[in-house]
Design a protein around this ligand. Structure first.
Ligand code: CMC
Length: 424
């Protein structure tokens, strides 16, 4: 076995070195503290592997993203979202029979318990749909406490995958004061969601194929991204043996932040602001470069991608295609492209390797579908759900699993004596 040597205060510590299937090297520090009282410090876990995983491979320097070995470009071109869900969860592409069975199960579990509809009545109309989604997912644990693990270990995984889109669509209907549209079993996963979003009792929504395809693409490119903030949250919460719904609800909350999935809502708000401010995108590029301004170009930069984000590339092409096919002239697409062009020629962005990320063009597609801006991060959550579920499953099946519990470097006061209030 390869080892690395760490020398500290003239003492040598030998650390095992592990190599991943794509040649990535990791120094195993698991026993460093028990053997030497030394810990490693890595704020933001920017250079810390928290687990071994077989699900997704990313090479940020070369712009590579693969699910279970399949490139995102190939999957985006040809795969159905439900196939990708199966692939992420079970590690291999399904054959026809397996896919039909999987889809049937997803369809069968699409409805939420009728009593849960009452929860929607309690939220204010202005409630953010991410808050509704996370609390409703958490509430699923009250209706489906434990799946019968021996008969069907994945039952709650299937339930969550099937019901999340119903909850999301119902949250939207609630926000516009419309009655809920129930799922239709004959529709595909994506068409069913669009139907629940946009059908009204007087007029069923006919899902245009181009939008069905665009939604499929969006979900596929969001489906997993290894140990990002929300997935790590799902793993961490799940590592305490908390139930699946709680772990995923926590992941949804983590995703909501503007530095993570919440950025897709912020991108469109930023593009609208630039446009209404006269369209001077150079001014906003200058602001983003000024650390005093507190302004960042939303949808730009990534912890892992340092060359390009392959998902952004796919979505930019799709945005062009969909808008052209639907004959939509969205002025925000123009603002986005101008912003990208200026930023990509600017030394500030080049030196820091800041490129458009997945959130930069996704909102343009959601807008073309008629999805309101405050639902964008919910769309991200629907896409990321199979990834969270696959990681939760992998984590639970890992024989080396331990509760997630990082260390810290304490930099506070040394021990001191308590002083009674009267003497302070
Ligand atoms: N606009 C302007 N400057 C930026 C940006 C940006 N969007 N992103 C990073 N920088 C600068 C940052 O100020 C820092 O500069 P300096 O070295 O001079 O202090 C440098 O680039 C490195 O930034 P960082 O914050 O240390 O990088 P990070 O890896 O910790 O953060 C990020 C990654 C995605 C949080 C960050 O790039 C960001 O805030 N981007 C905007 C929000 C966004 O689009 N988030 C979606 C991420 S992709 C989808 C997802 O995973 O959810």
């Amino acid at each position: 076995m390869n080892t690395a040597k760490l020398v500290l205060n003239d003492r040598e510590h030998e650390l095992p070195v592990m190599v991943g299937s794509e040649g990535e090297t990791a120094i195993d520090v698991t026993r460093l503290r028990s053997e030497s009282m030394i810990i490693t410090l890595d704020p933001g876990f920017a250079n810390t592997g928290a687990c071994r995983s077989e699900i997704t491979f990313i090479d940020g320097e070369r712009g590579i993203l693969r699910y279970r070995g399949y490139s995102i470009e190939e999957l985006a071109r040809a795969a159905q979202f439900t196939e990708v869900c199966y692939l992420l969860l079970y590690g291999a592409l399904p054959n026809r029979e397996q896919l039909d069975d999987f889809r049937e199960r997803l369809t069968y579990h699409t409805l939420i318990h009728e009593d849960m509809k009452k929860f929607f009545e309690g939220y204010p109309r202005s409630a953010h749909p991410m808050a509704i989604l996370s609390s409703m997912v958490s509430a699923l644990s009250t209706y489906y406490p434990v799946a019968n693990a021996e008969e069907d270990p994945d039952l709650n995984i299937i339930r969550l995958l099937a019901k999340a889109k119903t909850i999301a669509a119902f949250a939207y209907k609630k926000s516009i004061g419309h009655p809920f549209s129930y799922p239709i079993n004959a529709l595909s996963y994506t068409a069913n969601f669009l139907h629940m979003m946009f059908s009204v009792t007087t007029e069923p929504y006919k899902v245009p194929q181009v939008l069905d395809d665009a939604l499929n693409l969006l979900l596929v490119v969001h489906a997993d991204h290894e140990q990002n903030c929300s997935t790590s949250t799902v793993r961490l919460v799940g590592s305490s043996d908390a139930n699946l719904f709680s772990a995923v609800a926590a992941g949804i909350c983590a995703l909501w932040g503007p530095l993570h999935g919440g950025a897709n809502q912020n991108v469109i708000e930023m593009l609208k602001m630039i446009r209404s401010d006269g369209g001077d995108y150079r001014k906003y590029v200058a602001m983003a470069k000024d650390s005093e301004s507190g302004f960042r170009l939303m949808g730009f930069g990534h912890r892992v991608y340092k060359n390009f984000d392959p998902r952004a590339k796919l979505l930019k092409e799709a945005a062009d295609r969909v808008l052209r096919e639907l004959n939509i002239d969205d002025p925000l697409l123009e603002v986005a492209k101008n912003l990208e062009e200026v930023a990509l020629q600017d030394d500030f962005f080049l030196e820091r390797k800041l490129y458009p990320n997945v959130d930069f063009y996704s909102g343009i597609l959601y807008r073309a579908m008629g999805i309101p801006t405050n639902m964008f991060t919910v769309m991200f959550a629907l896409g990321r759900l199979p990834g969270w579920l696959a990681h939760w499953k992998e984590m639970r099946q890992d024989p080396d699993r331990r509760i997630g519990r990082p260390r810290q470097l304490y930099v506070g006061e040394p021990q001191r004596s308590f002083v009674a209030l009267a003497d302070r």
